[in-house]
Design a binder for this molecule. Structure first.
Ligand code: HEM
Length: 231
């Protein structure tokens, strides 16, 4: 049977195994949200970390961040094999929340603020493409589940998960890029702090999601272990 016509719900591993990676993943998400959310839950545009580039920019950003947080939290629930096996109904409901109260509204708002990003044209291109791909792979995953093509559903949603989490990678790459490039302001950037800032933002934007997507694809294409073949 090809993966595309696999009608069985995905099989899950034991809780003891999955706790070992879900716990650090959950902690990482909590740490990211604890750092990222406060300026946007204050509903005070003066606290934004992103300079406004149009009138309602801050409010689009607030919506993007709040719905993005819902996507992140539900993504952890969705990827957790123990939940899928023990609570399949929760997986179904939380999956709808992930798509319709997470990725869809957050992605549409990212498209808007991304097209007007104050961090320059290279970041704008990355933001818009990422938003389109995020919405696209998530839509494909949702559709596959509705059509009971669970093999396809799993693959599309692993890609969607990787893109949702790629924002964390983005925030880790940016300070590294600053450290590496700041000494080059007088040379490479001709003394321009703006050129430095735009380069750092573009590097973090492009590298984070392309790496995450490649990682997801490598994971999906990995050879099954002999233990798995034997099962
Ligand atoms: C995966 C698709 C995503 C896209 C395309 C995207 C796009 C954007 C854009 C365009 C901005 C404004 C900054 C700029 O102009 O470049 C932004 C900011 C932000 N995004 Fe996203 N984002 C995505 C996912 C997420 C997720 C899942 C979260 C989780 C909460 C998130 C949290 C934030 C935060 C907190 C900011 C404000 C910047 C800061 O305070 O650090 N984003 N995003």
């Amino acid at each position: 049977m090809t993966a595309g016509t696999d009608l069985r719900p995905p099989r899950a591993t034991k809780p003891s195994k999955s706790w070992s990676w879900v716990t650090p993943l959950g902690l990482l998400v909590v740490a990211f949200l604890a750092y990222s959310l406060p300026p946007y839950l204050a509903f005070d545009p003066a606290q934004s970390r992103v300079p406004a580039s149009f009138g309602a920019h801050y409010w689009f950003l607030v919506g993007h961040v709040v719905f993005g947080s819902i996507a992140m939290v539900t993504a952890v629930l969705q990827i957790w094999p123990w939940i899928r096996r023990r609570y399949p109904t929760l997986h179904r409901y939380s999956g709808r929340v992930y798509v319709f109260a997470g990725v869809l509204p957050s992605g549409l708002m990212a498209l808007t603020i991304g097209a007007a990003s104050p961090f320059g044209p290279a970041t704008r291109a990355s933001d818009v493409l990422l938003a389109v791909v995020w919405l696209g792979v998530t839509g494909a995953g949702y559709r596959a589940a509705r059509e009971r093509r669970f093999g396809d559903h799993r693959r599309w949603m692993i890609r969607s998960f990787a893109l949702t989490m790629s924002i964390i990678l983005n925030r880790l790459i940016a300070p590294l890029a600053v450290m590496f490039l700041e000494p080059q302001v007088p040379t490479t950037f001709g003394g321009s702090e703006i050129a430095l800032m735009q380069s750092v933002s573009a590097i973090a934007a492009w590298v984070s999601w392309t790496l995450a997507l490649m990682g997801a694809q490598l994971w999906l294409d990995r050879k099954p272990t002999s233990a798995k073949i034997a099962r």
